[in-house]
Design a binder for this molecule. Structure first.
Ligand SMILES: Nc1ncnc2c1ncn2[C@@H]1O[C@H](COP(=O)(O)OP(=O)(O)O)[C@@H](O)[C@H]1O
Ligand SMILES: [Mg+2]
Length: 264
């Protein structure tokens, strides 16, 4: 069982899209997946066909404020092997509400640890969809995770934001989670006709080397249409370029996991 956060403090870079489609592709291959929506916007929730206007104790908020246990809040999606802990807008109040709690960065980790100790380890992967900030919620995800997947939009300023993120990750490693790894960087919204896309790609590959996945996710309108239907693009249109790219990314991910496993 591995906990992976999909993280980037910039909004609109493809975090949620990557969570939904990696989760979907892995679950289609028989892996058991739990998605935790840790963004008050609840986009992963609705993108997987669930409601983000549920009573808040039935969401990740209920877990983090201590009124609910994880087991009670996990919901099934209509897709086999794919469960979700939903989110709603109340989650945005958590930071203020826990202001007096010195250990609040560890709330999610301790809930997950308790859950994993109690239950008969049901999942192969837990994927956490992070909010677009470096706030408490993101720190909670960083503290709880084994590794991080960073979607990087191939646009100007993308790498500057990444430098800031890497500094935060280093701080968390020193102070709160020494075993945290960067699983990889996924280039997203690639536009073949735009010179900037290939420039950002080149810079990212020069700097982060083999951490950058070979697969690049193209800009593809089908990827932006799928969420309004409450399904992953792999279900909405499995042959579109966006789907092909997420399948290919998932293959790369699985190979990487197999190699990590055999090296261990
Ligand atoms: N490769 C892509 N091509 C076209 N649209 C995309 C692509 N990836 C994401 N989108 C769309 O862009 C918007 C932001 O993506 P999203 O995954 O929600 O980003 P984040 O979670 O980082 O804020 C959404 O409307 C999404 O449907
Ligand atoms: Mg998102």
């Amino acid at each position: 069982m591995k906990i992976i956060s999909i993280i980037n403090q910039k909004g609109g870079v493809g975090k949620t899209t990557t969570v939904i489609n990696l989760a979907s592709a892995l679950s289609q291959q028989g892996k058991k997946i739990l998605v935790i929506d840790l963004d008050p916007q609840g986009n992963a929730t609705t993108g997987l066909g669930l409601s983000n206007t549920e009573q808040s104790d039935q969401t990740i908020y209920g877990i983090l404020n201590g009124t609910m246990s994880i087991t009670k809040v996990i919901k099934k999606t209509k897709f086999e092997n794919l469960d979700v802990i939903t989110s709603n807008v109340d989650l945005s109040g958590l930071e203020v509400e826990t202001a007096g709690d010195n250990d609040r960065a560890f709330i999610l980790k301790s809930k997950l640890t308790a859950y994993l100790n109690d239950s008969r380890a049901l999942y192969d992967y837990i994927l956490i969809d992070c909010p677009p900030s470096l706030s408490l919620l993101t720190v909670m995800a960083l503290v709880s995770s084994n590794s991080l997947l960073v979607p990087l939009q191939t646009e100007f300023f993308a790498l500057e934001g990444l430098t800031q993120l890497m500094k935060t990750i280093d701080r968390i490693k020193v102070n709160l989670n020494p075993n945290l790894n960067i699983q990889g960087i996924l280039l997203t919204m690639y536009d073949r006709r735009n010179k900037l896309s290939s420039q950002v790609e080149e810079e990212a590959r020069n700097y982060f080397k083999e951490k950058v996945y070979q697969t690049v996710i193209p800009r593809n309108v089908r990827l932006s249409e799928a969420p309004s239907h409450g399904v992953p693009v792999l279900v909405y249109d499995k042959n579109c370029p966006g789907s092909k790219s997420y399948y290919s990314f998932t293959d790369e991910f699985i190979n990487q996991e197999n190699n990590l496993g055999s090296a261990a």
